[in-house]
Design a binder for this molecule. Structure first.
Ligand code: TYM
Length: 342
């Protein structure tokens, strides 16, 4: 079976962007693929964070995965730092990563510009190498992510090819450059709709955990009245009717897209349903759809988070299964790179 891996950082509340761009698609894929979903706690410490909150955030994120429908009889769910091979492979990969490749990463440029050179840890730059290690350790075929991770995936692919070329030796050359004896070259899976969910307060910026205002995002665990309030206050416009794809109406396009996915309708159906609607009517419609969609997730979340023994069991089993695959790849890399093995 083809393999899929993906993960979310345990920083802040998980929002609709994380769900529609990534998690919701994982659920659809777990029946047809071998799947591993991790909580990327090591990625969550690249910017200043609260040590008191990290372990709790990792648990909460795991509980969200399960509440959204990740099925542990099919998928392995684990915490990145529980599988040591991630960090080990990262070092080995770092030695083959040109610094120019990392300097070009948009997320690095944005985040480091905000913080300033003296306040930016080296890990903010090397972050995509750890992400490549998360993916390449499992010989993954596909990585379901939102649009913002596309560049990191391209770097992962280039890095896999480079290591295959540098250390794959004669075996690699015989394969004529297809596939690789060390790493499989993975492909991103970016959904046709939901790949870039935008902020509720500005249709031109992405919905994000780090935006200062909570009004800009719908969190998966937001109660009904909070959702209603955020939608009530979200940015709209004064054009007549509602439509997709009008560049002058980014908020309208965003809200219609969200509504389309959570109501499982086609774009054409939604375009028709909403073309003559006013904002007031549509806001009620999307609020109800969001509340109906998120309610069962929230009920399951409460059940799961109140059973720590169950959650620990899931994460322990997930880490054991993941480590078996990861350790085999790591051993291969050490051998290919010429290390003395015990
Ligand atoms: P993170 O935690 O920022 O986001 C998790 C997932 O949510 C997607 N996403 C969005 N999708 C649509 N619209 C949005 N507004 C939006 N915001 C976030 C992201 O694209 C991502 O799929 N580096 C990654 C985590 C990571 C990872 C990996 C992912 C580390 N190792 C290996 C896949 C495979 C990140 O920071 O995601």
């Amino acid at each position: 079976r083809k393999r899929i891996v993906s993960g979310v950082q345990p920083t802040g509340a998980i929002h609709l962007g994380n769900y529609l761009g990534a998690i919701k698609n994982w659920i659809a894929l777990q029946n047809s693929y071998d799947t591993l979903f991790f909580i990327v706690d090591l990625h969550a410490i690249t910017l200043p964070y609260d040590t008191q909150q990290l372990s709790k955030a990792s648990r909460n994120t795991a509980a969200i995965y399960l509440a959204c429908g990740v099925d542990t009889s099919k998928a392995s769910v684990f915490v990145q730092s529980h599988v040591r091979a991630h960090v080990e492979l990262m070092w080995l990969l770092s030695c083959s990563t040109p610094i120019g490749w990392l300097n070009r990463m948009i997320q690095f440029k944005e985040k480091s510009r905000k913080a300033g050179d003296e306040n930016v840890g080296v890990a903010l730059l090397t972050y995509p190498v750890l992400m490549a290690s998360d993916i390449l350790l499992y010989q993954s075929d596909f990585v379901p992510v939102g649009e913002d991770q596309k560049q990191h995936l391209e770097l992962t692919r280039e890095l896999a090819e480079r290591v295959n070329y540098l250390y794959g030796g004669r075996k690699w050359k015989k394969l004529g450059g297809r596939g690789g004896p060390i790493f499989k070259v993975p492909e991103p899976l970016i959904p046709p709709a939901g790949a870039r969910v935008m902020s509720l307060t500005d249709g031109l910026s992405k919905m994000s955990k780090s935006a200062p205002s909570d009004q800009s995002r719908i969190n998966l665990l937001d109660p009904k009245d909070v959702i209603a309030n955020k939608i009530k206050r979200c940015k709209t416009d004064s054009f007549p009717g509602l439509e997709f794809d009008n560049p002058e109406r980014p908020e309208c396009n965003n809200l219609l897209s969200i509504y389309q996915i959570i109501s499982s309708k086609t774009k054409e159906e939604v375009a028709q349903e909403c073309q003559d609607m006013n904002w007031g009517t549509f806001k009620n419609l999307i609020t109800d759809a969001l509340v109906d969609h998120l309610h069962p997730i929230q009920v399951r979340y409460e059940e799961i988070i109140s059973d720590p023994a169950y959650l620990d069991g899931v994460l322990a089993e997930g880490a054991t299964k993941a480590a078996a695959i990861a350790d085999a790849t790591l051993e291969n890399v050490y051998q290919a790179m010429g290390f003395l093995r015990r």
